[in-house]
Design a protein around this ligand. Structure first.
Ligand code: GCW
Length: 721
């Protein structure tokens, strides 16, 4: 094939695909595109206000901050902004922490430093000898770096930089990603390629990706990362791997990102040569103490351990007749001398427990309230089952006031269409954070529990199970980047509105064009309700197919553990559908504060979005719309499909605002989503129809395939297992 004509065609083709490559780079840049400000008036205003950069100090973090501001400005302003030694010239951008500011600068500050914490920042227009400048400062260099990213965000989103006076601090201490990454680079529930961590080439080869990963995280305030799977492999704690972990930790340090590891509870046996991992055994305790010392010698700012114990087959203290407190406290004692913490997960349920799975974690953990060491924080998933499209908030929130509780959200879309569906998750996060637990009366929101203000906790945290892999665009779906972004923003401040976050993300990632933002923002905001509608409307849950969790599988009923079967959750029969968790059923409602319990307990007051989560109701039960449950359910499925159709038509009008490659990528993905939304609707309705025995309402499209066809679909190589 070495014909000259062939080479000629190849050359032509490479030009043809060039735009795709360019845009692949745009995908890679996430929300840090730093594209030239298009609006000429705004651009020239920025140019007139930024004439040079004065960086105070020379720490690694300040070097990073300086580099980032130069990179950002050179793109946004399309010119090089030079570093200056002093503020003789007007309109300098001054970067430096509090300790490095001279008297004249400090005179410009009122009480702003009192308003921020150690990681907070101040962005302020100041005057020195009648000349205006912009100061970006904080109590620490990390604060300055956060200030830099937030200053750049002002420009990226075309905000005014006139008379700036901004102070801001994170409300939660530990803002962390949980990577479910395995040492062989597969990612459990990962849909964006393989793990970022190239263990084979570490520690000597530092991939540029690690640096860009840190930049992206710091730009949204994330300050920690658990780099390995909670279904842990003890090898990560061997010197061979710790050397590699150390290299990653060193790379992340200037960005204020701490590394944490998952601790496999049986590690003392597997890699320590001991016969037991009993937390009361002296050799075991000492083994962990020595291990902690070894880790801290290598990584002085190591964050601590995350542990999944006695959950889904993972080893834990119960293997030795001990409990979660015994296990967590033993590890906490090992890391305490070095300032480390233990994040102990409350995601537990057992096949030997005949009680409603939704009640088990609460029953097991609530009695332990107040018994954990000060450096233990209990990590709780947002709902009592497992990251479903919609779950009522987990009843543990509000029930353990003496224990710091951290939130675990899932960013990766295990139950929400993998990385082919566009689902804007900050909507879901916000719904949970705003939920009122009533644990200390009205206004006791989940957000106030996890930021420590309700129960006065010093150690606070929020974790997101990462959706990041080595795909060029990091997250598989260009819009899944918004979920990483939005998680970070809400981790910084859990009271923010997901709508504002969506708008910022769109401006930074795509365009500041008003028409584009309005339409696409609406599409994003609606996308969460769409996925609930076409997968699990009206409180249905856990009816996906088995193992890989891809697609519908409400018929699955043959798994060894009863609580793994979808039939356990929907309980459809000829009488009706739904899980009775009210007083007449499993009484899970009683795990909530009485104000909440009463509402959930009564089908007439229970929000309809949670109806079948808490109640088993007859098919002809009347909903508030006057229609029967069967008809309403069917119409919800159809509504979900219609919503995806309108997402498609919205996006199809956006061609002029987006580069060709990203436009096409999203277009193809939305087509997949539309196909799969119909698949969910048809499969679920055909299945439930066997029990309801009723016709579909006329507004609902008739399924083309049979139930048997849907049941026959198999996906042996679905990703993420
Ligand atoms: O959501 C389920 C997943 C498992 C996961 C588990 C957990 C890491 O299906 O893959 O294991 O939850 O959160 O521990």
């Amino acid at each position: 094939m070495n014909h000259p004509l062939f080479l000629y065609i190849l050359l032509q083709l490479s030009f043809l695909i060039a735009p795709f490559n360019m845009s692949a780079q745009e995908d890679y840049k996430l929300w840090l595109q730093y594209k030239k400000v298009q609006h000429t008036k705004i651009a020239s205003n920025y140019q007139s206000k930024i004439n040079g950069i004065v960086a105070l100090g020379n720490s690694e973090t300040i070097q990073v901050a300086t580099k980032e501001i130069q990179l950002g400005l050179s793109g946004l302003l399309d010119s090089t902004i030079a570093l200056q030694q002093n503020t003789d010239k007007e309109n300098m951008l001054i970067l430096g922490n509090k300790l490095l500011l001279d008297e004249n600068i400090l005179k410009n500050i009122k009480n702003e430093f009192d308003l921020i914490n150690e990681e907070g920042y101040i962005i302020k227009t100041i005057q020195l000898k009648n000349k205006k400048h912009i100061l970006i400062t904080g109590k620490t260099d990390i604060g300055v770096l956060y200030g830099v990213y937030n200053f750049l965000k002002l420009l990226q989103t075309n905000q005014s930089i006139e008379n700036l006076a901004i102070t801001d601090s994170p409300r939660i201490n530990i803002r962390i990603l949980n990577h479910w990454d395995n040492l062989d680079r597969t990612v459990e529930r990962g849909y964006a390629g393989f793990s970022l961590w190239n263990w084979h080439k570490l520690p000597d080869f530092i991939d540029q990706r690690y640096v860009d990963y840190a930049r992206a995280n710091t730009s949204i305030g994330i300050n920690g990362t658990v780099i390995n799977n909670v279904n842990a492999n003890a090898l990560i704690l061997t010197p061979q791997y710790l050397e590699k972990v150390e290299a990653l930790a060193k790379t992340f340090k200037p960005y204020g990102i701490k590394v944490y590891l998952t601790a496999r509870f049986s590690a003392p046996i597997e890699i320590g040569g001991l016969k037991t991992a009993d937390p009361f055994n002296t050799d075991v305790k000492n083994w962990w103490k020595e291990k902690a010392k070894e880790i801290y010698q290598r990584i002085p700012d190591f964050g601590g351990f995350l542990v999944k114990a006695n959950s889904e087959g993972q080893p834990g203290p119960q293997n030795y007749g001990r409990n979660h407190v015994d296990g967590a406290n033993m590890l906490a004692d090992a890391v305490a001398p070095f300032g480390g913490i233990v994040m102990w997960r409350a995601f537990v349920y057992s096949e030997h427990d005949v009680n409603d799975r939704a009640k088990q974690a609460y029953s097991e953990f609530v009695p332990y309230d107040g018994q954990f060491r000060d450096n233990v924080i209990v990590q709780v998933k947002n709902g009592a089952i497992d990251f479903q499209p919609r779950e009522p908030f987990h009843p543990i929130f509000g029930a353990m006031p003496k224990t710091p509780l951290m939130m675990e959200f899932q960013i990766t879309q295990e139950y929400l269409g993998f990385s082919s569906h566009l689902v804007y998750l900050p909507k879901l996060y916000q719904e949970v954070l705003e939920s009122d637990t009533y644990s200390k009366g009205k206004g006791s929101t989940v957000a106030k529990i996890i930021d420590g203000t309700l129960d006065n906790h010093k150690i606070t945290g929020i974790a997101g199970v990462a959706n990041i892999g080595n795909d060029i665009n990091w997250t598989g779906h260009p819009f899944a980047q918004a979920n990483w972004y939005g998680f970070g923003r809400l981790a910084w401040n859990p009271y923010q509105d997901s709508e504002t976050i969506a708008e910022d993300w769109l401006r930074m990632t795509f365009s500041n064009e008003k028409k584009f933002i309005k339409a696409v923002k609406e599409m994003m905001l609606e996308s969460r309700e769409a996925v609930v509608n076409y997968m699990t409307p009206l409180g249905l849950h856990h009816i996906m197919d088995t193992g890989h969790h891809y697609g519908p599988g409400p018929w699955v009923s043959n798994l060894s553990r009863p609580e793994w079967n979808p039939t356990y959750y929907h309980k459809a029969d000829t009488k009706g559908i739904g899980f009775d968790r009210s007083k007449t059923g499993s009484n899970a409602t009683a795990q909530y504060a009485p104000e909440v319990a009463n509402i959930f307990d009564d089908a007439t007051t229970c929000p309809e979005k949670d109806l079948l989560w808490f109640h088993h109701l007859p098919w002809d039960y009347k909903l508030k719309n006057g229609k029967t449950l069967w008809n309403s359910l069917a119409l919800k499925y159809q509504e979900g499909v219609n919503q995806v159709a309108s997402m498609n038509s919205t996006w199809n009008k956006m061609e002029n605002y987006v580069d060709e490659a990203r436009f096409k990528e999203v277009q193809m993905l939305l087509n997949i989503q539309y196909k799969e939304a119909k698949w969910w609707r048809d499969a679920c309705l055909l299945y439930f129809q066997q029990y309801s025995g009723k016709e579909l309402p006329k507004e609902v499209e008739k399924p083309i395939q049979t139930l048997n066809f849907f049941k026959s679909l198999k996906f042996p190589f679905a990703p993420g297992i």
